[in-house]
Design a protein around this ligand. Structure first.
Ligand code: KIV
Ligand code: ZN
Length: 387
């Protein structure tokens, strides 16, 4: 394991799917999992198998088909959840059981109604039990950032001794600020004597809009895995956005000096796919993948960019797979150009769906002349939602 390597753990299909109003079927989850593999994520958290028979079936289908990424399943720290998680992922090329329990006093007192000693014992038992199935076990201390750091260090040390290969430190309620979170991770690592026997991971929520900044601060403090979602979707205000962490690590590489295996050119395509299938629109001014992220409106900016892109662009849009339109689509364009352009935008329409979308494109081209990417997205997303 290189100390410079950052592992990307994508939880779009688990924490991301916990976004209010989002529910993906098996086919959609598989489609996203395939695209996450092309994107090069190290771990796909495919779901929470005990949560429902549908979730179990989706995790199992992903474990059976997907190759080239670790497939993780979530389980509370009890035998029933762990058995179910293992059953769902056992056919994966590289399965991982991800078990968790809260460690903050507020969760212990009101949610779990357990003492610190009881939770410590349960965490160790759960990790040992999961290790009977696979050595690839991750332990998460839910609400870690609001936990007493000495107690958290005791839990983390004990679960590493019990066999956990990854220990995840979530800021479950998005309460931390970057300076604090970086210092917290640094101090925690110092308090864990067997720290070199496990990968330290972080999992930041975005309640104060700081999830990405907190994840980056944690990386500078020694975290080696980041948990994140595409477009930052997830519970409440969401999770850290994968595309923002990746592009910060890349664009400011002289600061971070980290390696990762994400294929940045797949970012835009992945973002569009997740947006279309979850129905969660990406805000236009969203960093990296928003519609306006590379648009220049004011005359001064346009003039600067025409003279030299670097005047107002810190990233080349092609790096995230956003190709500036060189072929203008209009009423004379054929199916081939139409289909190619859709593929660049992240959509693979076939058969009847392609035909219907093409007809709508032709009708619009007759009225409008030139068809923009935004027009195409309206057409194609309308077509996908119709089935
Ligand atoms: O936010 C959180 O604490 C979680 C854990 C289950 C990892 O999602
Ligand atoms: Zn979470």
């Amino acid at each position: 394991m290189s100390s410079n390597r950052i592992y990307f753990f994508d939880t779009t299909l688990r924490d991301g799917e916990q976004s209010p109003g989002v529910s993906l079927n098996i086919k959609e989850k598989l489609e996203i999992a395939r695209q996450l593999t092309r994107l090069g994520v190290d771990v796909i958290e495919a779901g929470f198998p005990i949560a429902s028979p549908g979730d179990f079936a989706a995790v199992q289908a992903i474990a059976r088909e997907i190759r080239g990424a670790t497939i993780a399943a979530l389980a509370r720290a009890n035998q029933l959840d762990i058995d179910r998680a293992w059953e769902a992922i056992r056919e994966a090329e590289e399965p991982r059981i991800h078990t968790f329990i809260a460690t903050s006093d507020i969760h212990l007192q009101y949610k779990l109604q357990k003492s610190r000693e009881e939770v410590l014992a349960q965490a160790v038992e759960a990790v040992k039990y999961a290790c009977r199935y696979t050595p690839n076990v991750e332990f998460s201390a839910e609400d870690a950032f609001r936990s007493d750091i000495d107690y958290l260090a005791q839990v983390v040390t004990a679960v590493i001794d019990a066999g956990a290969k990854v220990v995840n430190i979530p800021d479950t309620v998005g309460y931390a600020t970057p300076e604090e979170f970086g210092a917290f991770i640094r101090e925690l690592r110092e308090k864990v004597p067997n720290r070199d026997q496990a990968i330290f991971s972080v999992h930041c929520h975005n309640d104060l809009g700081l999830a990405v900044a907190n994840s980056l601060a944690a990386i500078l403090a020694g975290a080696q895995q980041v948990e994140c979602t595409i477009n930052g979707i997830g519970e409440r205000a969401g999770n850290a956005a994968l595309e923002e962490i990746v592009m910060a690590l890349y664009t400011r590489r002289s600061i971070f000096q980290k390696e990762f295996r994400i294929v940045t050119e797949e970012i835009y395509r992945t973002s569009r796919l997740v947006s279309a299938l979850t129905g969660m629109k990406v805000q236009p001014n969203k960093a990296v993948v928003g519609k306006n992220a590379f648009a220049h409106e004011s005359g001064i900016h346009q003039d600067g960019v025409l003279k030299n892109r670097a005047t107002y662009e810190i990233m080349n849009p092609e790096l995230i797979g956003l190709h500036k339109n060189t072929i203008v689509l209009g009423k004379h364009s054929g199916r081939h150009a139409f289909r190619d352009r859709l593929q660049q935008l992240g959509y693979q329409l076939e058969g009847e769906q392609l035909e219907q979308a093409f007809q709508r494109f032709k009708e619009l081209a007759d009225r409008k002349g030139e068809i923009s990417d935004e027009d195409l997205l309206v057409i194609v997303e309308g077509e996908i939602l119709r089935v």
